[in-house]
Ligand binder design. Structure first.
Ligand SMILES: *Cc1c(COP(=O)(O)O)cnc(C)c1O
Length: 389
């Protein structure tokens, strides 16, 4: 089979056009490429805040930087704990370590792969400061339950929306606004991109100020060269911001197209034995995840991939609580702030090792792409007779 699938590594799989070229040119010709003195990043922040219905948006250099700003807003003391999921990009976890806090991994729901609220509740200790929820593959996490747990224990709720641009709760509320801080990524493989870039949104004036200061060396730029708090340089450039503004305007169309293709694929795959299809409510469709409760995801993904279908098993080489880094030092020879290896998360292990298969989803698919994916599944799922338990 020779049908080529659009990839996010190529123009065919990105929604980038003349407007982005013009935006980058506009910045270069202006002579001002830095956001401190430019206008593009400030405009992007206004447009993002408006899109999210948030009081503030802060632009920064990556999704990881955005999550670092959120951890700064949570203000853990060294050694405090932040509960998160082992099924995520390392960009969720690195900022916790960077602030000398301890990532505590809670297990996930066996179907959605999102944090299991009961596991989060069980992981809370007197040192817990925040919960970082990830909307995995674009499916909304159990935000109402997590919000209730956070409120009960006086914890901050951070939403990692890197994979969930325009994701919604089942009742239609947008993701990113239930937590005190919502974080977004503009990295190459996300719904929209400027190569690398990040955005945080919040309604809290004090948190917005703390995050903005951290992103610019603790310098408030209001008067004099005073450094008011510890910070790094996490600034977005004007080039990134100008491109991101165009991408943000395209976002509703990108997500609508992905939703159309995903719903079509859901219809095509409905009823195939042994597959649990994703819940479409509020889904932003970064990937199209399928769970095989009886196992066999690795074998099935390999057969589909051999036929040219963009499928892969597991998402990660191992859940992040099993990453090799926990065995070594963190800074120099010190393991601070870690004292014990991360706890086991058996549902995450099972998803990554046996049951989770993800298929690329792209706004530039055609009906032929969806049909080819569905044909592939029909071919192998029925031949191999995957146990429909
Ligand atoms: C991509 C991603 C990140 C990190 O974003 P970068 O822009 O690559 O730094 C964090 N969390 C999740 C869930 C992601 O998908």
């Amino acid at each position: 089979m020779t049908l080529k699938f659009p990839s996010a590594a190529e123009a065919a799989g990105r929604t980038l056009g003349d407007e982005e070229v013009a935006a980058a040119e506009r910045v270069i010709r202006s002579g001002m490429l830095n956001a401190v003195w430019g206008t593009e990043a400030k405009a992007l922040e206004r447009e993002m805040a408006e899109l999210c219905g948030a009081r503030h948006a802060v632009a920064c250099s990556s999704g990881t930087a955005a999550l670092h700003l959120a951890v700064v807003a949570a203000a853990p003391d060294p050694g405090d704990e932040i509960i998160t999921t082992p099924l995520t990009d390392f960009g969720t976890v690195a900022p916790i370590l960077s602030q000398n806090a301890v990532p505590v991994f809670a297990d996930v729901d066996p179907l959605s792969g999102n944090l299991d609220p009961a596991a989060v509740r069980a992981a809370i200790t007197p040192r817990t400061r925040a919960i970082m929820a990830v909307h995995l593959f674009g499916a909304p996490a159990a935000l109402d339950e997590l919000r209730a747990i956070a409120d009960e224990h006086g914890l901050m709720l951070i939403e990692d929306c890197a994979q969930a641009w325009l994701g919604e709760l089942p009742d239609g509320r947008p993701v990113g606004g239930v937590g005190e801080v919502g974080c977004f990524s503009l990295q190459q493989w996300k719904h929209i991109t400027c190569g690398d870039g990040g955005l945080v949104v919040t309604d809290d004036d004090a948190l917005a100020r703390a995050m903005r200061l951290f992103s610019d060396k603790g310098w408030d730029r209001a008067g004099g060269r005073h450094h008011l708090s510890f910070g790094l340089n996490y600034r977005m450039t004007e080039l990134q911001a100008a491109v991101a503004r165009v991408q943000l305007a395209r976002l509703p169309g990108v997500v609508a197209a992905r939703r159309r293709w995903a719903l079509r694929l859901l219809r095509e795959l409905a009823g195939l034995p042994g597959l649990v299809l994703p819940d479409p409510r509020g889904h932003a469709w970064w990937y199209f995840p399928i769970v095989l409760p009886g196992g066999g995801a690795t074998e099935l993904a390999a057969k589909l991939a051999a036929d040219g279908i963009p499928a892969q098993a597991g998402y990660l080489a191992e859940p992040l609580n099993r990453a090799p880094l926990w065995d070594g030092p963190m800074y120099g020879t010190s393991r601070f702030p870690l004292s014990a290896p991360p706890a086991a998360c058996p549902e995450a292990d099972r998803l990554v090792g046996e049951t989770l298969l993800i298929v690329d989803l792209n706004e530039n698919y055609t009906a032929d792409h969806v049909a080819a994916i569905a044909d592939g599944f029909r071919r192998y799922v029925q031949i191999s007779g995957i146990d429909p338990s």
